[in-house]
Design a protein around this ligand. Structure first.
Ligand code: HEM
Length: 464
């Protein structure tokens, strides 16, 4: 399996297991240890929402991530997780996002087409920003590799924690920000100045809630992970679709020009009117959810999972195991990996064209009603109490970015010759089934989804 993960299409290893055993939830039991995988929307609903109290991120996940994510929101349960700062932050959608200071990484060295090496996730550059990005991405790769090995990963790292050097680079970069926020706070306190809540950025809010630089740093890092890699992934895959489906780009662009004009900034009101844009974004999130899989651990007592989704069972041969309507036992302290990417491409839920990129499925009443009746079919932002806090922010940010891009450009095409070597899809994918047959890039996951080697495109303006 470990070897297959390296070369096979995203999550195909799991999909093949589900197909082989004709089910949507399965105990893989690797090295005598229960590890359950699920693409079953009923079970995902239970883990994230209705049975929330039976699960947590758990000890194993915490250990894998500790060195990198520390006490940040992604790596804590219960009290630490409940810090209300996040809800306030999300509600306020602070305009000075996160640091209140422009890090201006766009002015740092950009990767050069055809000359760039593959980084841990996208492409690599050799400058201070490049080393930060590389360590940041490498740390995510290490965590993903650990989860594939299972509970035994510490055996492979007996003499060195593979994330220690990555964490050091990332921390060195974040620590000055934390330090200056804390000293700023001290200065303000001494001077008896208290700025209004609405004027504070996220970092200042954090500094106000605690003096512990480690907690501040870890929360910043989690937010950076939440906001950087996910939104970048969404925009990357929208751009991929714009490059391979020019007619969709044309329709999207005419909507943008009609509602937002050919130049200038846009208002929330204008963004809200972009119905086709929202459909393109949703369809991209359906096929390429930036968090394609996730893990929870059952709490010590275990629990009962309802029977597999009945729509799925109805479609199976009557005599196979999956048709069993009995509830399932979820043992205590056991990992369960759930796979929104597979659920969101499941033909039984989405129809025979589930693998096809078709934004119109979000606009046509009858097709849309399927999803409205059953929202667990589509969970790119997760669900339940720990649903993404940046969802609206992300929709606005992505739409804004795309409006500004499409005001300027109308032609997008892939530049496979510029892809770093080893990042084009293997030929053997053509012999398989599903999206991989047509895929022009290599989707891969390390905590979040990305395009191996980065997505290289030519962007131009032809119409005047
Ligand atoms: C397209 C963009 C995004 C997607 C697809 C996305 C998706 C997700 C998902 C699936 C989770 C659940 C993770 C888990 O349970 O392990 C999550 C959590 C979270 N997201 Fe997002 N996210 C996006 C953008 C953002 C942005 C821009 C922010 C911040 C402004 C943000 C802040 C958060 C936070 C703070 C959590 C943790 C909530 C908790 O654990 O209680 N996300 N996101």
């Amino acid at each position: 399996m470990l070897r297959a993960f390296k070369t096979s299409y995203i999550l195909d290893v799991y999909l093949q297991l589900f197909e082989e055993y004709q089910c949507t939830t399965l105990n893989t039991r690797i090295l005598w240890t229960d590890h359950i995988i699920s693409m079953d929307q009923e079970h995902i609903k239970f883990i994230l929402s209705t049975g929330f109290e039976h699960f947590w991120r758990g000890r194993w996940q915490k250990e894998r991530m500790e060195r990198f994510l520390g006490q940040g929101i992604f790596n804590r349960d219960d009290e630490m997780w409940r810090m209300d700062l996040y809800s306030r932050f999300a509600l306020d959608a602070a305009s000075e996002f996160l640091f209140g200071q422009n890090l201006d990484t766009l002015s740092a060295t950009l990767p050069v087409a055809g000359k760039t090496k593959m980084g841990p996730k996208g492409s690599a550059t050799e400058d201070p920003w490049g080393s930060f990005a590389s360590a940041f991405e490498m740390a995510q790769q290490v965590i993903t590799a650990r989860s594939r090995v299972g509970y035994f990963w510490p055996l492979f790292e007996l003499f060195r924690d593979k994330n220690a050097p990555n964490a050091e680079v990332v921390h060195r970069w974040l620590d000055p920000l934390v330090k200056s926020a804390l000293s700023e706070k001290e200065k303000m306190e001494k001077a008896g100045i208290c700025s209004p809540v609405t004027e504070k950025n996220f970092l200042q809010h954090l500094a106000e809630s605690t003096d512990d630089p480690i907690i501040i740093r870890d929360q910043l890092l989690s937010l950076l992970l939440a906001a950087r890699d996910t939104t970048a992934c969404l925009l990357t895959y929208v751009t991929y679709f714009m490059a391979i489906y020019p007619e969709i780009t044309k329709r999207l662009r005419s909507e943008v020009l009609e509602h937002c004009g050919t130049s200038g900034s846009v208002t929330y009101e204008q963004l809200r009117n972009l119905k086709y844009m929202r459909a393109v974004i949703n369809e991209t999130l359906r096929l390429y959810p930036p968090v394609p899989l996730n893990v929870r651990e059952s709490r010590a007592g275990g629990c009962t999972l309802s029977p597999s989704d009945s729509t799925y069972r109805a479609s199976c041969d009557a005599d196979v195991m999956a048709d069993d309507p009995r509830p399932l036992h979820m043992p205590g302290s056991t990992a369960i990996t759930f796979l929104p990417l597979l659920t969101q491409r499941n033909k039984i839920l989405w129809g025979s064209d589930a693998d096809v990129f078709d934004p119109d499925r979000w606009l046509e009443g009858e097709r849309l009603s399927r999803f409205v009746a059953n929202p667990m079919m589509f969970t790119p932002f997760s669900a339940g109490p720990r649903i993404c806090l940046g969802q609206n922010y992300a929709y606005n940010e992505a739409s804004f970015f795309l409006v500004r891009l499409l005001q300027q450009f109308d032609t997008f095409s892939l530049a496979p010759e510029a892809q770093p070597s080893g990042s084009l899809p293997p030929l053997e994918w053509k012999r398989r089934k599903g999206r991989q047959v047509e895929e022009k890039i290599w989707p891969a996951a390390a905590l979040t989804l990305f395009v191996k080697g980065g997505l290289w495109v030519r962007i131009a303006r032809e119409a005047h």
